[in-house]
Ligand binder design. Structure first.
Ligand SMILES: [Zn+2]
Length: 401
């Protein structure tokens, strides 16, 4: 039955391809993920989303059927040139060996690698010609699927770690954040500057990669251990200054919940709520002293842990809009425990009020506020960490279907 459905899907697609070429009278690209066995799974879907398909298509059709996700794109380019570019992706993209990109010319003739003087594609496992291995069933389905899985996890780990660091850079580079470190101000901080923040971000790259990889196989407490070692790396890089503890927690929690929900097809925010439901309780059970615990005991305010328990609503409801405006929206709403720890409830209420007054983004008012906070030592660091989370989620969400 499945075979019949695949054949039907293939025939339907073939007819559509033919129609597209004759309608536009231009070359056609057919893009698929090369995955043996059933293609309707998160690995195929995520690889599809990971490849940047933002080419200059005249027309684009995406199909998702028994054959998995297939993209048909009409491109206004010489067909041989187009085929060469596609071979370049197949050969040089880290996931290129998992892609099947066919090119048809204006007369609907399929171009082959050998026509253009390229060698036939190699097998994923033994480097023989792929075609021979498939025909002779040289490798088991499981063996090939495992090889693809490892390539996928490896690539996804680097990819997510890169966007995590890019997000922290984007937050750091945002100018006019009141009291916070920017490329041209240390804000309210005497112990931090831009260069220190850059060093700190660089120290996190490897840890983020490990968290992504770990989230596929480890449980939450094991993943938290990776977070702990990231904190140690950060303190080493900054000579003991806490630059990104909040950032590690927020982005780490987002990564763990993202990977686990991707793998098990669960809603991302639901999974955050489920995974972190006891995190405030754990804080109280701690034997050792921490800023978060002190603030919780004194004010009953849970800060970023409470945010995680609720599925980070301050992040997910603020994905749209200009970064500075998002920062003020978060500040006006956030019970920032960093402010409570260094100051008191009155200062926190004042920050929330100030932020709601800055939503019109009047730059002279904002600069005045920055001066005031820098003098008074007020730094809305918890809100800045959440802004980093917003930027990260915006980038990561494109991997979901
Ligand atoms: Zn082989």
């Amino acid at each position: 039955m499945r075979c019949l459905m695949i054949l039907e899907a293939r025939e339907k697609r073939f007819n559509l391809q033919k129609e597209l070429v004759s309608e536009f009278n231009m070359p056609l690209v057919v893009f698929r993920i090369n995955y043996p066995g059933s293609k309707n799974n998160y690995i195929v879907n995520t690889i599809y989303n990971l490849i940047d398909l933002d080419w200059d298509f005249e027309h684009k059709v995406e199909i998702n059927d028994k054959e998995g996700l297939v993209l048909l794109g009409i491109v206004d380019l010489d067909s041989s040139e187009l085929k060469k570019r596609m071979i370049n992706i197949e050969e040089n993209h880290p996931l290129g060996r998992l892609l099947d990109i066919d090119v048809y010319d204006e007369s609907f003739k399929q171009l082959s690698r050998t026509d253009l003087g390229y060698s036939q594609r190699k097998c994923l496992i033994c480097d023989d010609i792929a075609h021979y291995c498939i025909r002779s069933e040289k490798h088991s389905l499981y063996e090939v699927q495992q090889r693809i899985y490892h390539m996928f996890v490896e690539y996804l780990s680097s990819y997510i770690s890169d966007i995590a660091c890019e997000s922290l850079h984007e937050e750091l580079n945002l100018l006019n954040k009141p009291g916070l470190v920017t490329p041209n101000s240390n804000g309210a901080h005497k112990d931090m500057d831009y260069m220190l923040m850059l060093k700190s971000i660089a120290s996190l790259r490897d840890g983020f990669r490990k968290i992504v990889k770990g989230s596929f196989t480890l449980d939450l407490s094991e993943c938290k251990q990776i977070g702990k070692s990231m904190e140690e790396e950060m303190f080493k890089a900054t000579n003991g200054v806490n630059t990104h503890k909040g950032g590690i927690f927020i982005i780490g929690a987002l990564i763990i919940s993202f990977v686990k929900s991707l793998k098990n097809s669960i809603d991302w925010q639901d999974n955050i709520r489920y995974l972190f439901k006891d995190i405030s309780k754990e804080l109280l059970e701690r034997k050792y002293h921490s800023h978060g615990k002190d603030v919780y005991l004194k004010y009953g305010i849970t800060g970023v842990r409470g945010e995680a328990e609720k599925g980070f609503p301050l992040i997910f409801k603020n994905l749209e809009g200009d970064n500075l405006k998002v920062l003020f929206r978060i500040m006006s709403d956030c019970d920032d425990t960093t402010i409570l720890y260094r100051h008191n409830l009155d200062v926190l209420e004042k920050v929330k009020y100030d932020a709601s007054d800055m939503l019109d983004l009047d730059i002279s008012k904002i600069k005045k506020l920055d001066k005031e906070y820098s003098l008074k030592g007020i730094s809305p660091g918890g809100s800045a960490d959440l802004l980093g989370g917003v930027i990260f989620v915006r980038r990561l969400i494109s991997l979901l279907n």
